[in-house]
Ligand binder design. Structure first.
Ligand code: KG4
Ligand code: ZN
Length: 332
Protein backbone atom coordinates (compact mmCIF):
# COMPACT_ATOMS: atom_id res chain seq x y z
CA UNK A 1 0.00 0.00 0.00
CA UNK A 2 1.29 3.43 -0.95
CA UNK A 3 0.25 6.63 0.81
CA UNK A 4 0.82 9.38 -1.78
CA UNK A 5 1.15 13.07 -0.90
CA UNK A 6 0.98 16.01 -3.32
CA UNK A 7 1.46 19.64 -2.29
CA UNK A 8 3.37 21.26 -5.16
CA UNK A 9 0.97 24.16 -5.81
CA UNK A 10 -2.48 24.97 -4.44
CA UNK A 11 -4.00 21.55 -3.80
CA UNK A 12 -3.25 19.66 -0.57
CA UNK A 13 -3.80 16.07 -1.59
CA UNK A 14 -3.37 12.51 -0.34
CA UNK A 15 -4.27 9.16 -1.87
CA UNK A 16 -4.05 5.45 -1.17
CA UNK A 17 -2.87 3.22 -4.01
CA UNK A 18 -2.75 -0.58 -3.78
CA UNK A 19 -1.22 -2.59 -6.63
CA UNK A 20 -1.69 0.27 -9.09
CA UNK A 21 -5.37 0.79 -8.18
CA UNK A 22 -6.71 4.01 -6.71
CA UNK A 23 -8.41 3.17 -3.41
CA UNK A 24 -8.93 6.76 -2.27
CA UNK A 25 -7.96 10.12 -3.74
CA UNK A 26 -8.61 13.20 -1.61
CA UNK A 27 -7.88 16.85 -2.16
CA UNK A 28 -8.38 20.02 -0.13
CA UNK A 29 -8.25 22.79 -2.67
CA UNK A 30 -7.01 26.28 -1.80
CA UNK A 31 -8.48 27.86 -4.94
CA UNK A 32 -11.02 30.05 -3.11
CA UNK A 33 -8.29 31.48 -0.86
CA UNK A 34 -6.13 32.50 -3.83
CA UNK A 35 -8.80 33.58 -6.30
CA UNK A 36 -9.20 37.10 -4.88
CA UNK A 37 -5.52 37.71 -5.75
CA UNK A 38 -5.99 36.38 -9.32
CA UNK A 39 -3.33 33.67 -8.88
CA UNK A 40 -1.52 31.52 -6.35
CA UNK A 41 0.22 33.42 -3.53
CA UNK A 42 3.17 31.14 -2.65
CA UNK A 43 3.49 32.10 1.02
CA UNK A 44 -0.24 31.68 1.62
CA UNK A 45 -0.15 28.33 -0.22
CA UNK A 46 2.53 26.86 2.04
CA UNK A 47 0.74 28.01 5.20
CA UNK A 48 -2.54 26.48 4.00
CA UNK A 49 -0.77 23.20 3.14
CA UNK A 50 0.65 23.09 6.67
CA UNK A 51 -2.87 23.59 8.08
CA UNK A 52 -4.50 20.88 5.96
CA UNK A 53 -1.96 18.16 5.33
CA UNK A 54 -2.79 16.04 8.41
CA UNK A 55 -6.51 16.25 7.70
CA UNK A 56 -6.24 15.23 4.07
CA UNK A 57 -4.04 12.23 4.98
CA UNK A 58 -6.56 11.17 7.63
CA UNK A 59 -9.43 11.42 5.14
CA UNK A 60 -7.52 9.42 2.51
CA UNK A 61 -6.83 6.64 5.04
CA UNK A 62 -10.39 6.68 6.38
CA UNK A 63 -11.95 6.47 2.90
CA UNK A 64 -9.63 3.60 2.04
CA UNK A 65 -10.66 1.91 5.32
CA UNK A 66 -6.97 1.73 6.17
CA UNK A 67 -4.77 2.79 9.04
CA UNK A 68 -1.21 4.06 9.35
CA UNK A 69 0.15 0.60 10.12
CA UNK A 70 -1.05 -0.68 6.70
CA UNK A 71 1.25 1.69 4.79
CA UNK A 72 4.25 0.09 3.02
CA UNK A 73 5.61 3.16 1.20
CA UNK A 74 5.06 6.90 1.26
CA UNK A 75 5.28 8.65 -2.11
CA UNK A 76 5.69 12.42 -2.14
CA UNK A 77 6.08 15.07 -4.83
CA UNK A 78 9.57 16.59 -4.63
CA UNK A 79 9.22 18.99 -7.58
CA UNK A 80 8.85 20.86 -9.76
CA UNK A 81 6.57 23.22 -7.87
CA UNK A 82 6.52 26.03 -5.31
CA UNK A 83 9.40 25.46 -2.92
CA UNK A 84 7.57 26.26 0.32
CA UNK A 85 4.58 24.16 -0.73
CA UNK A 86 6.72 21.17 -1.70
CA UNK A 87 8.54 21.42 1.59
CA UNK A 88 5.33 20.87 3.58
CA UNK A 89 4.59 17.60 1.76
CA UNK A 90 8.19 16.41 2.01
CA UNK A 91 8.40 17.16 5.75
CA UNK A 92 5.06 15.40 6.38
CA UNK A 93 6.25 12.35 4.40
CA UNK A 94 9.58 12.20 6.24
CA UNK A 95 7.98 12.58 9.67
CA UNK A 96 5.46 9.83 9.01
CA UNK A 97 8.07 7.56 7.46
CA UNK A 98 10.36 7.90 10.45
CA UNK A 99 7.49 6.96 12.79
CA UNK A 100 6.21 4.09 10.62
CA UNK A 101 9.72 2.97 9.63
CA UNK A 102 8.78 2.76 5.97
CA UNK A 103 10.60 4.12 2.90
CA UNK A 104 9.81 7.43 1.21
CA UNK A 105 9.62 7.48 -2.59
CA UNK A 106 10.40 10.91 -4.08
CA UNK A 107 8.24 11.59 -7.15
CA UNK A 108 8.67 14.06 -9.97
CA UNK A 109 5.35 15.90 -10.39
CA UNK A 110 5.55 15.62 -14.20
CA UNK A 111 5.95 11.85 -13.94
CA UNK A 112 2.76 12.00 -11.87
CA UNK A 113 0.90 13.68 -14.74
CA UNK A 114 2.38 11.17 -17.20
CA UNK A 115 1.23 8.16 -15.15
CA UNK A 116 -2.13 9.68 -14.18
CA UNK A 117 -4.11 7.36 -16.50
CA UNK A 118 -2.23 4.22 -15.46
CA UNK A 119 -5.05 2.82 -13.28
CA UNK A 120 -7.48 2.81 -16.22
CA UNK A 121 -5.29 2.09 -19.25
CA UNK A 122 -2.39 -0.20 -20.01
CA UNK A 123 0.41 1.89 -21.42
CA UNK A 124 2.24 0.77 -24.54
CA UNK A 125 5.55 2.33 -25.52
CA UNK A 126 6.75 4.01 -27.62
CA UNK A 127 4.31 6.67 -26.55
CA UNK A 128 4.01 10.45 -26.92
CA UNK A 129 2.77 12.34 -23.85
CA UNK A 130 1.51 15.92 -24.03
CA UNK A 131 1.57 17.67 -20.64
CA UNK A 132 -0.44 20.91 -20.61
CA UNK A 133 -0.80 22.41 -17.14
CA UNK A 134 -0.43 25.67 -15.26
CA UNK A 135 3.34 25.33 -15.07
CA UNK A 136 4.29 23.23 -18.12
CA UNK A 137 3.56 22.62 -21.76
CA UNK A 138 5.67 19.88 -23.28
CA UNK A 139 5.69 16.85 -25.49
CA UNK A 140 7.56 13.92 -24.01
CA UNK A 141 8.57 10.84 -25.97
CA UNK A 142 8.62 7.65 -23.91
CA UNK A 143 10.67 5.10 -25.80
CA UNK A 144 10.20 2.81 -22.83
CA UNK A 145 8.60 3.11 -19.46
CA UNK A 146 10.51 5.75 -17.44
CA UNK A 147 12.67 6.73 -20.41
CA UNK A 148 11.77 10.32 -21.17
CA UNK A 149 12.87 12.63 -23.98
CA UNK A 150 11.45 16.13 -24.18
CA UNK A 151 10.66 16.70 -27.85
CA UNK A 152 8.87 20.05 -27.52
CA UNK A 153 8.72 22.59 -24.73
CA UNK A 154 7.34 26.07 -24.23
CA UNK A 155 9.70 28.97 -24.82
CA UNK A 156 7.76 31.22 -22.46
CA UNK A 157 4.39 30.78 -20.73
CA UNK A 158 2.63 27.50 -20.05
CA UNK A 159 -0.67 26.77 -21.73
CA UNK A 160 -2.69 26.78 -18.46
CA UNK A 161 -1.01 30.01 -17.39
CA UNK A 162 -2.19 31.55 -20.67
CA UNK A 163 -5.76 30.43 -19.83
CA UNK A 164 -5.42 32.05 -16.40
CA UNK A 165 -4.11 35.38 -17.79
CA UNK A 166 -6.64 35.54 -20.63
CA UNK A 167 -9.44 34.85 -18.14
CA UNK A 168 -8.25 37.77 -16.04
CA UNK A 169 -8.29 40.06 -19.12
CA UNK A 170 -11.88 38.96 -19.75
CA UNK A 171 -12.89 39.68 -16.14
CA UNK A 172 -13.29 35.97 -15.36
CA UNK A 173 -12.24 34.29 -12.16
CA UNK A 174 -9.16 32.23 -11.20
CA UNK A 175 -8.24 29.57 -12.26
CA UNK A 176 -9.10 30.70 -15.76
CA UNK A 177 -9.51 27.37 -17.55
CA UNK A 178 -12.87 26.24 -16.12
CA UNK A 179 -14.33 29.78 -16.36
CA UNK A 180 -13.26 30.19 -19.99
CA UNK A 181 -14.72 26.76 -20.76
CA UNK A 182 -18.04 27.78 -19.18
CA UNK A 183 -18.15 31.17 -20.96
CA UNK A 184 -17.31 29.46 -24.27
CA UNK A 185 -20.52 27.41 -24.10
CA UNK A 186 -22.46 30.54 -25.10
CA UNK A 187 -19.94 31.82 -27.65
CA UNK A 188 -19.00 31.29 -31.29
CA UNK A 189 -15.60 30.49 -32.74
CA UNK A 190 -15.36 33.57 -34.94
CA UNK A 191 -12.18 35.44 -33.94
CA UNK A 192 -8.78 34.85 -35.56
CA UNK A 193 -5.80 34.53 -33.27
CA UNK A 194 -2.08 34.09 -34.06
CA UNK A 195 -0.34 30.72 -34.08
CA UNK A 196 3.21 31.39 -32.79
CA UNK A 197 6.16 29.14 -33.80
CA UNK A 198 3.82 27.13 -36.00
CA UNK A 199 6.60 25.56 -38.03
CA UNK A 200 9.01 24.70 -35.18
CA UNK A 201 8.11 21.21 -34.08
CA UNK A 202 10.15 21.50 -30.85
CA UNK A 203 8.69 24.74 -29.52
CA UNK A 204 5.45 26.03 -28.04
CA UNK A 205 4.92 29.72 -27.33
CA UNK A 206 1.95 31.23 -25.52
CA UNK A 207 3.06 34.71 -24.49
CA UNK A 208 2.31 36.22 -27.93
CA UNK A 209 -1.15 34.69 -27.88
CA UNK A 210 -1.73 36.29 -24.50
CA UNK A 211 -0.64 39.67 -25.89
CA UNK A 212 -2.89 39.21 -28.94
CA UNK A 213 -5.91 38.72 -26.67
CA UNK A 214 -4.84 41.75 -24.62
CA UNK A 215 -4.75 43.92 -27.79
CA UNK A 216 -8.06 42.48 -28.95
CA UNK A 217 -9.84 43.22 -25.68
CA UNK A 218 -8.69 46.88 -25.82
CA UNK A 219 -10.47 47.34 -29.16
CA UNK A 220 -13.96 46.75 -27.78
CA UNK A 221 -16.21 48.94 -25.73
CA UNK A 222 -18.24 45.89 -24.77
CA UNK A 223 -15.92 42.91 -24.77
CA UNK A 224 -17.46 39.80 -26.42
CA UNK A 225 -16.36 37.55 -23.56
CA UNK A 226 -18.20 34.44 -24.81
CA UNK A 227 -16.89 34.63 -28.38
CA UNK A 228 -13.32 35.36 -27.26
CA UNK A 229 -13.51 32.45 -24.80
CA UNK A 230 -14.82 30.06 -27.48
CA UNK A 231 -12.27 31.23 -30.06
CA UNK A 232 -9.34 31.20 -27.63
CA UNK A 233 -10.13 27.75 -26.25
CA UNK A 234 -10.55 26.28 -29.73
CA UNK A 235 -7.36 27.96 -30.90
CA UNK A 236 -5.36 26.43 -28.03
CA UNK A 237 -6.80 23.05 -29.03
CA UNK A 238 -5.65 23.62 -32.64
CA UNK A 239 -2.15 24.66 -31.48
CA UNK A 240 -1.80 21.51 -29.35
CA UNK A 241 -3.18 19.35 -32.17
CA UNK A 242 -0.79 20.81 -34.75
CA UNK A 243 2.30 20.32 -32.59
CA UNK A 244 1.26 16.82 -31.52
CA UNK A 245 0.66 15.79 -35.13
CA UNK A 246 4.08 17.21 -36.12
CA UNK A 247 5.76 15.06 -33.43
CA UNK A 248 3.72 11.97 -34.28
CA UNK A 249 4.95 12.32 -37.88
CA UNK A 250 8.54 12.33 -36.58
CA UNK A 251 8.29 9.67 -33.88
CA UNK A 252 6.47 6.45 -34.46
CA UNK A 253 4.21 5.90 -31.44
CA UNK A 254 1.59 3.37 -30.38
CA UNK A 255 -0.21 5.70 -28.01
CA UNK A 256 -0.74 9.39 -27.37
CA UNK A 257 -1.36 10.45 -23.77
CA UNK A 258 -2.93 13.83 -22.98
CA UNK A 259 -2.45 14.94 -19.38
CA UNK A 260 -2.42 17.99 -17.09
CA UNK A 261 -5.09 20.47 -16.03
CA UNK A 262 -5.78 21.92 -19.51
CA UNK A 263 -6.99 18.51 -20.71
CA UNK A 264 -9.90 18.67 -18.32
CA UNK A 265 -11.34 21.04 -20.97
CA UNK A 266 -14.04 19.05 -22.81
CA UNK A 267 -13.74 21.05 -26.04
CA UNK A 268 -9.96 20.57 -26.20
CA UNK A 269 -10.35 16.84 -25.42
CA UNK A 270 -12.80 16.58 -28.33
CA UNK A 271 -10.61 18.53 -30.79
CA UNK A 272 -7.78 16.08 -30.12
CA UNK A 273 -9.85 12.88 -29.92
CA UNK A 274 -11.58 13.71 -33.22
CA UNK A 275 -8.53 14.80 -35.18
CA UNK A 276 -5.41 12.91 -34.10
CA UNK A 277 -4.81 10.00 -36.43
CA UNK A 278 -2.71 6.86 -36.37
CA UNK A 279 -2.45 6.27 -32.59
CA UNK A 280 -4.60 5.29 -29.63
CA UNK A 281 -5.44 8.40 -27.63
CA UNK A 282 -5.49 8.10 -23.82
CA UNK A 283 -6.86 10.84 -21.57
CA UNK A 284 -7.22 10.47 -17.80
CA UNK A 285 -10.67 11.03 -16.33
CA UNK A 286 -11.37 14.69 -15.47
CA UNK A 287 -10.44 14.48 -11.76
CA UNK A 288 -7.03 13.01 -12.65
CA UNK A 289 -6.12 15.79 -15.11
CA UNK A 290 -5.73 18.53 -12.52
CA UNK A 291 -3.25 18.09 -9.65
CA UNK A 292 -4.03 15.15 -7.38
CA UNK A 293 -2.19 12.65 -5.19
CA UNK A 294 -3.34 9.47 -6.95
CA UNK A 295 -1.11 10.29 -9.92
CA UNK A 296 1.87 10.60 -7.55
CA UNK A 297 1.10 7.15 -6.13
CA UNK A 298 0.72 5.73 -9.65
CA UNK A 299 4.12 7.14 -10.69
CA UNK A 300 5.64 5.64 -7.52
CA UNK A 301 4.09 2.28 -8.45
CA UNK A 302 5.81 2.58 -11.81
CA UNK A 303 9.15 3.45 -10.13
CA UNK A 304 8.84 0.37 -7.88
CA UNK A 305 8.27 -1.83 -10.94
CA UNK A 306 11.09 -0.34 -13.00
CA UNK A 307 13.90 0.50 -10.58
CA UNK A 308 15.86 -2.46 -9.23
CA UNK A 309 16.35 -0.65 -5.93
CA UNK A 310 14.14 1.96 -4.31
CA UNK A 311 14.41 5.18 -6.34
CA UNK A 312 16.49 7.92 -4.80
CA UNK A 313 16.00 11.63 -5.04
CA UNK A 314 18.88 11.73 -7.54
CA UNK A 315 17.17 9.15 -9.81
CA UNK A 316 14.05 11.22 -9.86
CA UNK A 317 15.84 14.53 -10.18
CA UNK A 318 17.87 13.49 -13.21
CA UNK A 319 14.86 12.30 -15.22
CA UNK A 320 13.59 14.95 -17.66
CA UNK A 321 16.75 16.92 -16.87
CA UNK A 322 15.12 18.62 -13.93
CA UNK A 323 17.25 20.32 -11.36
CA UNK A 324 15.51 20.49 -8.02
CA UNK A 325 16.98 22.26 -5.01
CA UNK A 326 18.69 19.54 -2.93
CA UNK A 327 17.78 21.04 0.43
CA UNK A 328 14.12 20.37 -0.33
CA UNK A 329 14.66 16.70 -0.05
CA UNK A 330 16.96 16.20 2.91
CA UNK A 331 16.59 12.69 4.13
CA UNK A 332 14.46 11.51 1.19
O1 KG4 B 1 -2.28 20.29 -13.78
P1 KG4 B 1 -2.75 21.45 -13.00
O2 KG4 B 1 -3.88 21.22 -12.02
O3 KG4 B 1 -1.60 22.10 -12.16
C1 KG4 B 1 -0.29 22.27 -12.60
O4 KG4 B 1 0.49 21.29 -12.54
O5 KG4 B 1 -0.01 23.41 -13.04
O6 KG4 B 1 -3.14 22.59 -14.04
C2 KG4 B 1 -3.72 23.80 -13.64
C3 KG4 B 1 -4.00 24.60 -14.89
C4 KG4 B 1 -4.52 26.00 -14.61
O7 KG4 B 1 -3.75 26.92 -15.34
C5 KG4 B 1 -5.95 25.94 -15.08
O8 KG4 B 1 -6.44 27.18 -15.60
C6 KG4 B 1 -5.91 24.89 -16.15
O9 KG4 B 1 -4.99 23.92 -15.67
N1 KG4 B 1 -7.23 24.28 -16.30
C7 KG4 B 1 -7.93 24.35 -17.44
C8 KG4 B 1 -9.19 23.74 -17.14
N2 KG4 B 1 -9.18 23.32 -15.84
C9 KG4 B 1 -7.95 23.66 -15.34
N3 KG4 B 1 -7.65 24.88 -18.64
C10 KG4 B 1 -8.61 24.80 -19.59
N4 KG4 B 1 -9.84 24.28 -19.38
C11 KG4 B 1 -10.16 23.74 -18.18
N5 KG4 B 1 -11.37 23.21 -17.98
ZN1 ZN C 1 0.39 19.55 -12.13
Amino acid sequence: MILAIESSCDETAAAIIIDGQIISNECITQIKRHSKYGGVVPELASRLHAECIDTVIDIALKNAKASFKDIDHIAVTVGPGLEGSLLVGVVAANMLASQLKCPVIPVNHLHGHIYSAMADYSYECPMLACIASGGHTMLVYLKDSLSFEIVANTMDDACGECFDKVARMLGLNYPGGPFIEKAALEGNININLPHPVKHDSDKFSFSGLKTAVFDLVKRYETVPVHDISASFQDHVGQILLHKIQQSLDQYSCKQLLLCGGVFSNKHIRKVLMDNVSGVDVIIPELSLCTDNAAMIGLAATQYLKSFKELPTFVDVQTRLGLKLPKELCNGV
